[in-house]
Design a protein around this ligand. Structure first.
Ligand code: 2M8
Length: 440
């Protein structure tokens, strides 16, 4: 029997496991994604984690978001890592001594990275509030709202490098899908050599199989891109002139649009005007369709701003716009076809979980991080889209597959896309949190 159709006993066991994982990763005012691999606070992890915490520890859900936004930069950017000063130096690479955010006037006093991640926080704040509409929660929402607005303003004004109404990412880490095949073409143009890594000590490969992680050449390029941005003072003016990596990502921009939809609802609760958020949401969806939709395949593809070309790799990033409630029916239908194709295999009865990359591609790698394995946050987002566009059977198929993965392997970071075996960190925050959300 699969967990999706399991009895109350199995569901209770799953709930307990998820709660124990979140409690085990709780660190005074935030949840670490993993005690070993990622011992600090990560931006979009905190958003997903808050969504799960809302079901079991609502007060912590607000603290999670609040602690992240306390590290917001003066220009509105929400850093992708907030470093815990109590953690030993070298617990994660690259650490504060590499980021050196003090070069930027807008950086906060606490140590952070200088990059961002997909802005799923307004959606998270909205979902947390929906679970917990207490007066304390309303006050927490009221404190977050202006910060969420500032985050959107940063992304829509300073990051619209292409000038078409979408936000550009300046590093693959900003996509959240670090070594996705989507970034192979833009990364190939970044000058770096794997040998550079001899000068550094990677921390990730001490805790995870190197064959499952990005390569040394990937890391050398990651560092080269950070160095270019840092040496530019983490400023966003003039990026089009020479920054080595500039891409409009469908997932990142779907999150940007979803955030405006969520902010419209939050504004209505707080007695503010939802109108401008609705207008901005509509403009983002329009820009996504106009700029990132490939009519030849019906899918959404990243746009490499350095070449002006859409990236051809079909990854799970391209399914994310399905979560937008105002996506036109033609694109919704095409994305459902893509999700249900042999590439991604979504059905009402899934025998294998959703992969992060086209499983029919010759370079599909079932073990390597974002180049094939299944991740619960992607399944959660696609399920969210299927529910939004009234495909309950497909959404139920994805939900069952999420439950099965954790029932068999535990709260792993990611899973083998054929066997479902657990990979990466064995006690991973967003896996536990999003499981709690689909169990509710
Ligand atoms: C992974 O990314 C970090 C860099 O930000 C890393 O590999 O060290 C990604 O899976 C990212 O999406 C995630 O937020 C982060 C922490 O879980 O780990």
């Amino acid at each position: 029997m699969s967990a999706g159709t399991a009895g109350a006993g199995t569901l209770t066991r799953l709930r307990r496991l998820a709660l124990a994982t979140l409690d085990g990763n709780w660190e005074h005012d935030h949840t670490v994604p993993s005690r070993t691999l990622y011992p600090h606070q990560w931006s979009w992890d905190s958003a997903f984690i808050a969504i799960g915490l809302a079901h079991v520890r609502p007060e912590r859900a607000w603290r999670e978001l609040d602690s992240l936004f306390r590290a917001q930069w003066a220009d509105g950017r929400v850093p992708h890592i907030v470093f815990n000063p109590a953690m030993r130096v070298g617990a994660y690479f690259p650490g504060p001594d590499f980021w050196r955010t003090e070069v930027a006037a807008a950086a906060p006093a606490v140590a952070t990275s200088g990059l961002v991640q997909p802005p799923v926080h307004a959606l998270a704040a909205w979902l947390v509030h929906r679970r917990d509409p207490s007066p304390a929660a309303r006050a927490a929402l009221g404190r977050l709202y202006p910060r969420l607005v500032a985050q959107q303003r940063y992304l829509t004004e300073r990051r619209d490098v292409g000038g078409g109404g979408l936000a550009a990412i300046v590093h693959p880490w900003e996509s959240g899908l670090d070594n996705s095949p989507a970034w192979d073409a833009p990364m190939a143009a970044v000058r770096a050599e794997a040998a550079v890594m001899r000068a550094y000590r990677r921390h990730d490969t001490a805790h995870a199989d190197a064959a499952h992680r990005p390569t040394d050449l990937d890391y050398a390029r990651y560092l080269a891109i950070v160095a270019a941005y840092r040496d530019h003072g983490y400023r966003d003016d003039g990026l089009a002139g020479g920054h080595p990596f500039l891409v409009e990502c469908p997932l990142f921009n779907a999150a940007l649009g979803l955030a405006e939809h969520a902010l419209a609802r939050i504004a209505a609760v707080l007695g503010a005007d939802p109108g401008p958020h609705r207008e901005r949401a509509a403009r983002i969806t329009e820009a996504l369709v106009w700029r990132l939709h490939d009519p030849a395949t019906g899918t959404f593809q990243p746009l490499d701003l350095r070449t002006g070309r859409l990236v051809p790799a079909r990854t799970v990033l391209g399914l994310a716009p399905l979560a937008l409630p105002d996506l036109p029916a033609r694109q919704v239908d095409a994305l459902v076809v893509e999700a249900c194709s042999a590439r991604f295999g979504v059905t009402g009865r899934m025998d294998r979980p959703l992969p992060s990359y086209d499983r029919t591609a010759p370079d599909f790698e079932p073990l390597r991080y974002w180049r094939g394995p299944s991740w619960l946050n992607m399944a959660w987002l696609v399920r969210h889209g299927l529910l939004t566009h009234d495909r309950p059977e497909l959404a139920a198929g994805l939900r069952r597959s999420m439950l099965d993965l954790v029932a068999r392997a535990g709260c792993h970071e990611y899973f083998h896309p054929d066997t479902g075996a657990g990979l990466g960190s064995p006690a991973f925050g967003w896996t536990a949190a999003l499981l709690l959300d689909v169990l509710a």
